[in-house]
Write a protein that binds this ligand. Structure first.
Ligand SMILES: [Zn+2]
Length: 138
């Protein structure tokens, strides 16, 4: 088995594994239980890791290249239409920057200080690159 990719969540690893299997590439996932139980240490062990047999490695890298090039996204849009991605509510642009709110960051820092547990920060404040509009997720 050859290590192909690592993900911070089991969900992402399973989505990628399914994509590989759709291309007739068998894949194996390792580290899922550890990452689910000890998420703060996910990076230390390389996350949830996806392996393929060495004979499929080249084809699997081609799938990664297609993913990064947006091939599968275009196929999904052709089949299902708009994928409901986040867009600027004022101008409709899909180009924006996101960050966590200051309140969320303060709460995460307080949680870490009191319990030693690190929770992931969610980016919920967005600023449109096109019109400068700022909005928050609900
Ligand atoms: Zn905008």
């Amino acid at each position: 088995m050859q290590l192909l990719a690592g993900f911070l969540s089991a969900r992402e690893a399973h989505i990628f594994k399914t994509r590989l299997e759709a291309s007739n590439i068998g894949a194996f996932i390792q580290g899922e239980d550890f990452v689910n139980m000890y998420w703060p240490f996910a990076m230390a062990i390389g996350g949830v890791r996806v392996y393929v047999v060495e004979a499929d490695l080249e084809c699997a890298h081609a799938v990664i290249a297609d993913c990064l090039a947006g091939r599968y996204r275009r196929e999904l849009e052709a089949e299902f239409g708009d994928l409901d991605d986040t867009k600027c509510p004022r101008c409709g642009s899909a180009s924006f920057k996101s960050r966590s709110s200051r309140l969320d960051m303060a709460m995460l820092a307080a949680t870490f200080f009191l319990s030693g547990i690190i929770f992931p920060a969610r980016a919920r404040v967005h600023v449109c690159d096109a019109c400068g509009h700022r909005w928050h997720d609900d």
